[in-house]
Design a protein around this ligand. Structure first.
Ligand code: HEC
Length: 175
């Protein structure tokens, strides 16, 4: 009798234990995760700052034509004070340090009476237009290799647009 009682209690305990174990296994299932290849979350990769590339290309987000459309020749005139150290902006004016820039847009490159042109400039065989001026003024030595223009370049696309709008305005252009 006593052993039967014991068996009942033991059976009840065992049953409870089994049930708890089964519950444990079952409840684990919804919470189990597929193993991650890499621990942690997938975060967006940091975009490497390009070191090699052309800074100009990165800035080209706003097309130059758009900048030029909203450029201000008056501001440009002010920005060419630095150019006037070498260039004359007076009709017929001459300076020994740089060619006259009146009428430069649409003019053959290296074609004034200025004596100090580099061979590259004289032999470039192209006319100055907005695009060429933009590239040249970004970094003169990149566009005209061996240029004698001792000016490192204007980094601001907005300023270049203003300057080119001004150069257009003194070249008989409509801009
Ligand atoms: C330190 C003097 C100097 C400064 C400053 C300078 N230039 Fe020049 N520039 C020159 C010389 C010299 C040349 C001729 C370069 C060559 O033949 O390689 C030249 C050439 C040019 C030409 C080509 C002209 C042609 O007849 O083909 C343009 C356009 C020009 N410069 C624009 C500018 C502008 C715009 C600025 C100001 C943002 C400027 N330059 C600042 C000295 C200068």
């Amino acid at each position: 009798m006593e052993s039967l009682e014991f068996n009942k209690v033991a059976g009840a305990l065992l049953g409870t234990a089994l049930f708890t174990m089964a519950l444990g296994i079952l409840t684990d299932i919804p919470f189990s995760h597929a193993k991650l290849a890499k621990p942690g979350y997938d975060l967006p990769e940091a975009v490497e700052a390009s070191t090699g590339g052309n800074a100009v290309a990165a800035v080209a987000a706003v097309p130059f034509a758009t900048l030029l459309a909203s450029a201000d020749p008056k501001r440009g005139e002010n920005d060419t004070k630095v150019c006037a150290a070498c260039h004359s902006f007076d009709p017929g004016g001459e300076k020994p340090t740089g060619p006259n820039l009146i009428g430069v847009v649409g003019r053959e490159m290296g074609s004034t009476s200025f004596a100090g042109y580099s061979d590259t400039m004289k032999g470039f065989g192209k006319k100055w237009d907005d695009e060429a001026l933009n590239t040249f003024l970004t970094k003169p030595s990149d566009y005209v290799k061996g240029t004698k223009m001792g000016f490192p370049g204007e980094k601001s696309p907005e300023k270049r647009a203003d300057i080119i709008a001004y150069l257009n305005s003194i070249s008989g252009g409509a801009k």
